[in-house]
Design a protein around this ligand. Structure first.
Ligand code: PGA
Length: 238
């Protein structure tokens, strides 16, 4: 679906979720952070406040979280989710999941998170953004497609993009816990959001290029139930 602008993309994405929750109130969702979904969360909150969506039976899992930050750090994805979404809708606190940012044993935390998703019966719908380098969640180029939730080393370009919000590159975490490509591909449905000209090349390469770990989002070509909502700038090279 190609939308005229960012606002329309955000609106369509929120309507997509509303439809899914109407047909399955206990939906199990994977959710992204970043700039792209800000408008999407704003719309979801608006629709909730207008009585159009009920999240009381839904469960949400974040795609990823930085390692090494206190959970209340303003740049943690937990803080982001609270600020833009969790605190403004009727999700039950015990139904909001995100990897721990300071786990004693990061690998054990990855296994716990993956098992938690499995125990819920797997993801009904994974909502994704896409990086300029084609990453999905924190699966950077070169990540094996078979990975489940794992500790990922962040690429320099990904860290550089975060530098201004952290107040310097040296303050940006070097690692994160992320759902793996396999975790994401097991979702019964995927919704990818893309906005802005800087995503146009990655989106086109992902959809029209070879399926290769060098472009992590290219694996989505093999998903049986994929919807992409892009604004016209991101869709420019399609
Ligand atoms: P962005 O990040 O929405 O901030 O561009 C998307 C991503 O890197 O997955």
């Amino acid at each position: 679906m190609i939308c005229e602008n960012y606002q329309e993309m955000s609106r369509q994405a929120a309507r997509f979720i509303a439809q899914r929750i109407l047909s399955k109130p206990n939906l199990i969702l994977a959710l992204p952070t970043g700039n792209t979904p800000l408008g999407f969360y704003r719309e979801l909150v608006r629709m909730f406040k207008e009585g159009l969506i009920d999240f009381s039976k839904a469960t949400v899992f974040n795609l990823d979280e930085f390692l090494g930050l206190p959970p209340q750090h303003p740049q943690s994805f937990r803080s982001y989710m609270q600020k833009y979404f969790w605190d403004h809708v009727n999700l039950r606190p015990e139904s909001c999941h995100i990897p721990l940012s300071l786990p004693k044993d990061p690998d054990a935390e990855c296994a716990r998170y993956e098992q938690l998703i499995e125990r819920h019966g797997g993801l009904d719908l994974a909502v994704l953004g896409i990086g300029e380098n084609g990453h999905i969640a924190f699966n950077e180029p070169g990540t094996p497609f078979e990975n489940l939730t794992h500790v990922a080393k962040l690429s320099l370009e990904t860290r550089a993009r975060e530098a201004s919000t952290f107040g310097g590159l040296d303050k940006v975490p070097t690692h994160a816990i992320t759902m793996g490509i396999k975790t994401i591909m097991r979702a019964r449905e995927i919704l990818l959001l893309a906005s802005g000209e800087e995503k146009a090349a990655a989106l086109s390469r992902s959809l029209k290029g070879p399926v290769t770990p060098e472009t992590p989002a290219s694996i989505l070509q093999l998903h049986p139930n994929l919807t992409i909502i892009a604004d016209s700038l991101a869709a420019k090279q399609l």
